[in-house]
Design a protein around this ligand. Structure first.
Ligand code: TEU
Length: 575
């Protein structure tokens, strides 16, 4: 779809196009009670830290009443705060304190499904005639008495659960305790509008919409014939028939009314779809998360198999999406990390000898792109995957399901554990490392999940005390986004698709050209500067070249051929 090309309309940008979002996983952020899990007051206590970092929007992940099977993504009451996280008064204080600091609060909204402990579901399951029956997706057993079709849950196992009270199955695309809501039902859509309005009235400035591109299912509920990878039924519910209609309804009834900034988490989506979701002319969402770049280490798209990541594919995906979203007038959420992904520092680069260079490289590479960058808690201080010793240390329902399923598929315990170590979402869910006191200053109690043993070295306090730390690298990048216009509106161009070690791109507008060059390898790399840039550099009489930020003590001289040391990364501006 041809839409507004933001690269060519520099002033036509919304405030959040120059913003940076900080993602808070409350369970692991800061515990003020000694219970061993983080809480809302713990976040309020750290707002000055986030303000000093320079972030604009705080994305607070679910704190609603929940049985915590999926750490809050299984909501049992959309209007009440989980007592483990605090009270509604704590939430209202947090909202006020965020606004008092000139920051914005983005709340996680999980409405593709609810917990089976939600009163709607508890009522629905009692009888086929319940007024809440059609809030969920029920189907009769297949002729053989089994599930209605062959769809597979994203957490492993069948996507349908049998309810013997009414002799029907209900759909669960995630955990068996997360029942998919029936968005075909206008009453469900109105419930969502009411939920959004309730929180918007409490000062919430934006919403992160959990797997929102899964809400519209093909009502035929056909078996997946396996003709497309992965053959688990997702083609019948991903970017479904009415999803855009439903989002426009939410935009009209809530997002436009409150001028909410919104981001959709788009599972297994496409570039064209994300243009449609995020082009402002369509009145749906502000921006989208897509995950293609975080599947470059999945053999044939299979998450639970291991292979080294495909660097050239990573570059290609970044380039395809940057160019495609610019041409289509879409807007991307930029991220390498979140609570569902292993830490990118460990996953793609070197969290040992080149720990600091690697962390800074990822930051520079991401923050030079067009979109809104997201910082996942601990990313700004170089937190990495912990060293897991056995399955007892894991907490994530998906990981524990897959540990069992992998062994059912024939893997040994050690093979299964190795895969879980690499892939588990728990890698990013270990407690925030504040200082070198016990449990990294996260809790005075027993933490709900292990703390990474490197916390005495990798923690906020140590980072704040080191002027050359990863923290101050993020601190500067965030400021560059606000002061260097070409980061917001510059047209993207990859400078060398084929280089096996280096990812280099430029962003240009009428006034200036940003150049970002990063060596993603642990060896020296040679990079040939394109003639256009080299000649501009050579003829500096017609302009200037300035190093904006780098991750080595001295940046290489800009010459026809640049030598890059391992994990070296730089951002220059040509004016
Ligand atoms: O994530 C959905 C999602 O795409 C990932 O969970 C992915 O499907 C999963 O890791 C399988 O590979 C959202 C939330 O971010 C996640 O935390 C929730 O568990 C999930 O939805 C269900 O609400």
């Amino acid at each position: 779809m041809k839409g507004m090309n933001r690269a060519l309309i520099p002033q036509d940008t919304d405030w959040w196009c120059k913003s940076v979002v900080y993602q808070v996983y409350p369970k692991s952020f800061n515990d003020t009670t000694g219970k061993g899990i983080g809480d809302i007051r713990g976040l309020t206590q750290k707002l000055d830290y986030l303000k000093d970092l320079g972030v604009d929007i705080i994305w607070l992940q679910p704190v609603y009443v929940s049985p915590q099977r999926d750490n809050g993504y299984d909501v049992a009451d959309y209007y009440r705060i989980n007592p483990d996280y605090g009270t509604m008064q704590d939430f209202e204080e947090l909202s006020q304190e965020i606004q008092a600091r000139g920051m914005h609060l983005m709340l996680d909204i999980v409405v593709n499904h609810s917990s089976t402990e939600h009163v709607w579901f508890q009522e629905a399951r009692l009888s086929r005639d319940s007024e809440y029956r059609d809030y969920y997706i029920w189907r009769n057993p297949a002729p053989d008495g089994g599930p209605p079709n062959n769809w597979i849950s994203k957490f492993g196992g069948p996507a349908w659960q049998y309810d013997e009270t009414t002799n029907q199955y209900f759909l669960t695309l995630f955990d068996k305790t997360q029942a998919d809501l029936n968005w075909e039902n206008p009453k469900v859509r109105q419930e969502v509008v009411d939920i959004l309005e309730f929180w918007a009235e409490k000062g919430v400035d934006g919403f992160r919409m959990d797997v929102i591109n899964l809400i519209s299912k093909d009502q035929r509920f056909l078996n997946d014939d396996g003709s497309t990878i992965p053959g688990d039924g997702r083609k019948y519910y991903t970017d479904g028939p009415h999803v855009h209609e439903y989002l426009r309804e939410l935009h009209e009834k809530v997002f436009a009314k409150y001028n909410s900034v919104t981001v959709g988490e788009m599972s297994s989506t496409s570039l064209d779809q994300c243009i449609r979701y995020s082009n402002p002319e369509r009145n749906e969402l502000s921006m989208t998360f897509n995950f293609h770049h975080l599947k470059v280490d999945y053999p044939n798209g299979q998450k639970w198999e291991l292979m080294p990541y495909d660097f050239k594919m990573l570059k290609k995906l970044f380039s395809d999406w940057q160019i495609g979203m610019q041409q289509g007038g879409g807007w991307s959420a930029l991220f390498f990390n979140n609570h569902d992904q292993p830490r990118a520092l460990s996953r793609f680069l070197d969290d040992g000898e080149y720990h600091t260079e690697s962390a800074k490289l990822l930051a520079t590479t991401l923050h030079g792109l067009q979109g809104t960058p997201y910082i996942f808690q601990g990313e700004e201080i170089g937190m990495a995957n912990p060293k897991w010793s056995d399955i007892e240390e894991f907490r994530d329902v998906e990981s524990l399901n897959m540990y069992r399923i992998l062994q059912e598929q024939g893997k040994s315990e050690e093979e299964a554990l190795n895969i879980i170590r690499e892939r588990s979402r728990d890698n990013s869910r270990t407690p925030m490392q504040w200082d070198s006191t016990p449990n990294a200053g996260f809790t005075t109690g027993t933490p709900w999940i292990k703390v990474d043993e490197r916390y005495p070295q990798i923690n906020v306090q140590a980072q704040l005390e080191d002027p050359n730390s990863i923290y101050y690298h993020y601190h500067k990048l965030i400021r560059l986004r606000k002061t260097v216009q070409v980061i917001t509106d510059g047209e993207y161009q990859c400078l060398d698709d084929a280089h096996p070690q280096v990812y280099a791109y430029q962003r240009s507008n009428a006034q200036e050209t940003l150049v970002v060059i990063s060596n993603f390898s642990g060896q020296n790399a040679q990079f040939v500067l394109p003639d256009s840039l080299y000649s501009q550099f050579k003829n500096q009489a017609s302009g200037s070249v300035e190093l904006l930020i780098g991750n080595t003590k001295h940046a290489p001289e800009l010459d026809q051929v640049i030598t890059l040391t391992p994990y070296a990364s730089y951002m220059w501006i040509f004016r």
